[in-house]
Design a protein around this ligand. Structure first.
Ligand code: 3PG
Length: 400
């Protein structure tokens, strides 16, 4: 983007593909981290006199307008953060978008409605995506990719559109890639990775890679129960992906062979049912050993002994990557595991990276100071796929 700014952008229509996919409670944004992350790019362009068109997806609407997924709240928040008026187009490529873009003054900023209200954005059909990208290209003179959280998606605005316009990477993408390079090329040891979240299937590919790179792998969250089951423990009614057990067993064996310490919970908090996240009514969980989960109970967080164990495994870390909460942190009775891991990252001597929408939102909503971490990534799937060594369509299109 510095190259673009030095060439001069005054009066140019610059399409910024951001990731404003923020968590919403109705129309209230519960974590604005992703909006704040794109402000430096938008501000630099606007200050240089560009006419800035900010575009993003939000949620997974079905290729048609759906008010529940409108970007209007995100546009309003962007305006507050910029301290400037931000125009909002009620469609993405139709008459409203055209009018809003035509009405932009030099230095003005507009947000166009959710890209995924158009089936062409996410289509697997190259021609359908191309047709939508052609329409988007008609709105702008230049493309700036800065939606790091979406670079792993082969979507029209991420992959096809940059091929149609002079294209540049924004500040956020440059920072995120710089950090992930440190985790792949310049890692300081011990390299400790903490993985949580609901589904083990989302993490298989990254675990596969990490078994050759990390020194320690700490497992928590819903995915831990598939590991415990693979070790032969009963997990009651906890989240379980039976079909992944053979893969997990192979990982447990490979970790041992490769000298990677694979650390599983030694105790967990259990209850007969999933907590009510709306009322946050007391859940009264009990703590049990990881090999003694009662048949009618569900594991919902790591227990106190595991919290201590994981903190000790992080205490001397030279590098940490953490993706995925350790429990149902949205409920106060199950937030301690995630808090303990976040605190251990704060206390760790090395470079710490929090990756993933949920863990990033967790550290902020649990009251941690963002600056206490080396880096909080805006990308969940994107950072995982980067660490898996995959080619990310949105980065490849910018490098092209
Ligand atoms: C994310 O939340 O990880 C990104 O915004 C991508 O969203 P998606 O998984 O719906 O493509």
């Amino acid at each position: 983007i510095d190259e673009l700014l030095s060439e001069g952008v005054a009066g140019k229509r610059v399409f910024v593909r951001a990731d404003l996919n923020v968590p919403l409670d109705g129309t209230t944004i519960t974590d604005d981290g992703r909006i704040r992350a794109v402000v430096p790019t938008v501000k630099a362009l606007a200050d240089a006199g560009a006419r800035v068109i900010v575009a993003s997806h939000l949620g997974r609407p079905k290729g048609a307008p759906d008010p529940a997924f409108s970007l209007a709240p995100a546009a309003a928040r962007l305006g507050e953060l910029l301290g400037a008026d931000v125009a909002f187009a009620e469609d993405t490529v139709g008459s409203s978008a055209e009018a809003v873009v035509t009405g932009l003054a030099d230095g003005g900023v507009a947000v166009i409605e959710n890209l995924r209200f158009n089936a062409g954005e996410t289509s697997k059909d190259d021609a359908e995506r191309a047709a939508f990208a052609d329409k988007l290209a008609g709105l702008a003179d230049v493309y700036v990719g800065d939606g790091f959280g979406a670079v792993h998606r082969k979507h029209a605005s991420v992959f096809d559109l940059p091929k149609r316009l002079p294209h540049y990477a924004g500040y956020l993408i440059a920072t995120e890639v710089g950090v992930l390079k440190k985790l792949t090329d310049e890692v300081k040891r011990p390299y400790v990775v903490a993985l949580g979240g609901a589904k083990v299937s989302d993490k298989l590919a990254v675990i596969d890679q990490l078994l050759g790179k990390a020194d320690r792998l700490l497992i928590g969250g819903g995915m831990a129960y598939t590991f415990l089951k693979a070790k032969g423990y009963e997990v009651g009614i906890s989240l379980l992906q039976e079909d992944q057990i053979p893969a997990v067993q192979e990982y447990i064996e490979r970790a041992e062979k490769n000298g990677v310490e694979l650390v599983l919970p030694v105790d967990v908090l259990v209850a007969p049912e999933f907590p009510d996240l709306k009322t946050k009514a007391p859940a009264n969980p009990t703590t049990v050993a990881a090999d003694a989960i009662p048949a009618d109970q569900e594991g919902l967080d790591i227990g106190p002994e595991t919290r201590k164990l994981y903190a000790s495994k992080l205490a001397d870390a030279g590098t940490v990557f953490w993706n995925g909460p350790m429990g149902v942190f949205e409920h106060p009775d199950y937030a301690e595991g995630t808090k303990a891991v976040a605190q251990a990252l704060v206390d760790a001597p090395g470079f710490t990276v929090v990756g993933g929408g949920d863990s990033a939102a967790a550290v902020r909503t649990l009251g941690f100071d963002e600056n206490a971490f080396g880096h909080i990534s805006t990308g969940g799937g994107a950072s995982l796929e980067y660490l898996e060594g995959k080619t990310l369509p949105g980065l490849a299109a910018l490098e092209d």
